[in-house]
Unconditional design. Structure first.
Length: 94
């Protein structure tokens, strides 16, 4: 895989996809707060620093930026459906 920052190994791309899927699943489950880099690294069985570098190299954004963007997208969708802000961000659903 080729990006603007160079060639990405298949293991780096696989780790980035695995971490992205984990973030997406957490948001789908309406988990509180963004996933931590340490939690993602444990899930992918690599160091936090290594995962941060691989993720950014493969997707062009950090794991936190990816998480934030998906949460904002979900909030916008919820607000368009008529949910209040508290409901839109998932507050009080537990």
């Amino acid at each position: 895989m080729q990006t603007g920052t160079g060639t990405i190994t298949s293991s780096a791309a696989a780790n980035a996809r695995r971490a992205a899927a984990y973030i997406e699943n957490r948001i789908a489950q309406e988990a509180d707060g963004p996933v931590t880099l340490e939690e993602l690294a444990r899930h992918c069985d690599v160091s936090p620093w290594h995962l941060q570098r691989q993720f950014k190299q493969a997707l062009g954004v950090s794991p936190r930026q990816y998480d934030d963007a998906l949460r904002i997208k979900a909030l916008k969708q919820n607000l368009k459906r008529g949910a209040g802000v508290a409901e839109g961000i998932g507050a009080g659903q537990h």
